[in-house]
Design a protein around this ligand. Sequence first.
Ligand code: UDP
Length: 459
Amino acid sequence: MGEEEIHTWRSHVLVLPFPVQSHINPMIQFSKRLASKGLKVTLATTIFISKSMQAEAGPVRIESFSDVYDEGGVKEGGSKNDRIELFKDVGSKYLQELIEKQNRSGYPFKCLLYDSVILWALDIAKKFGLIGAAFYTQSCSVNAIYYNVQKGLLSTPIEGPTISVPGLPLLETHELPSFVYKIDSYPCILSLVLNQFSNIQEADWHFLNTFDKLEDEVVNWMAKQSPTRMIAIGPTVPSMYLDKRVEGDNDYGLHLFTPNSETCMKWLDTKEVGSVVYVSFGSLASLGEDQMEEIAWGLRRSNFYFLWVVRASEENKLPSNFVEEISEKGLVVRWCRQLEVLAHQAVGCFVTHCGWNSTLEGLSLGVPMVAMQQWVDQTTNAKFIEDVWRVGVRAKVDEKGMVRREEVEVCIREVMEGERREEIKRNAVRWKGLAKEAVDEGGSSDTNIEEFVARVLCI
Ligand code: UDP
């Protein structure tokens, strides 16, 4: 690295995301935003993840370390907890070495921006005298629920048909994150999401991947729980998708699966404006075979064109004659560049599992949604899509917890051509405008980011 380049850096931030698709994406986008404001940003991640992003990280430098899973996959007999512990062991050692190495280079890190579920990162920041900044990848509403549980303000298991949480509308039990009302499922992940708040008093900054107008009351309430600045900096959607705001700001997203981009774009190009239903259940959800079948025939019955992302690991759950049966009417791909698809004018509806990134992306690009939440925070996001932001409808589950084909059809029809179509479309356009406004120069999120950058530059 040349002397000249070093001197153009204004300050150096080290970023540490949790190594899964939906945590890395918003942190890469935020890193890029910081870089665009003159900070030097280095992102540390596992070798497996870095292989998918090295070429695409744009202005962000990538450093990687081995966590044994360099080729992906899982270790025979290894549990989720083992993997989290392993990430802690190798990650904390590596991070300290990296910080020491950078100190010797004469241009040290000033700040460690870490995923809020990586609790140990703050100890490392403190040990080396760095600013410790937590990045929360989920919605502020969901964070507020976890915060209340962690602090004992909301006792579990949850009782009562409705639950009151400060800053949020009254929620029915099934609208809480599934970890909270089904308290015994995945204890190691539950403790990750609850423990995000165990050291809330010690972190120097807290970044929320949302924007003020989207979750105003609860953002204000959460900000009061911390003695240090807790600010909304989202949506972390590349500006090129928010009407191409910043020259050269490309989609340096992370794709752990190979996107079938050309096929999708070519197919969408042949379709009329607003005529296609885009369907995706994100990077992790695994649906039952029965549920896949109901969705498949529901899409077919709706008779709209559809583009459905079915990951390779889910393909064998499709009905045997489905792909032949749909012929021209549908396109099934293993992965796509979701933002590119949502931004395409042919897409008129997004059937989503309501992961927070997908929710923010649909909302920021003004695409009406059908919410088919599966688990974790998706249950709460779905409630907001239908009842608070009013940008879509929520599919009803039957007594067996299934969304039936008739319901899939009814929901798609409602969003594509039903009575609520106009209202939903109007709201979607409005939220798209507000999302863009938040990240535009002088908008609420942009101002918050500027405040942080100014503070880092002072030290
Ligand atoms: N995504 C994508 N292509 C696909 C499906 C998903 O690029 O075919 C991206 C999507 O844009 C989002 C992320 O994968 O950024 C999924 O994150 P989300 O929080 O919505 O769901 P999760 O994967 O955590 O369930």
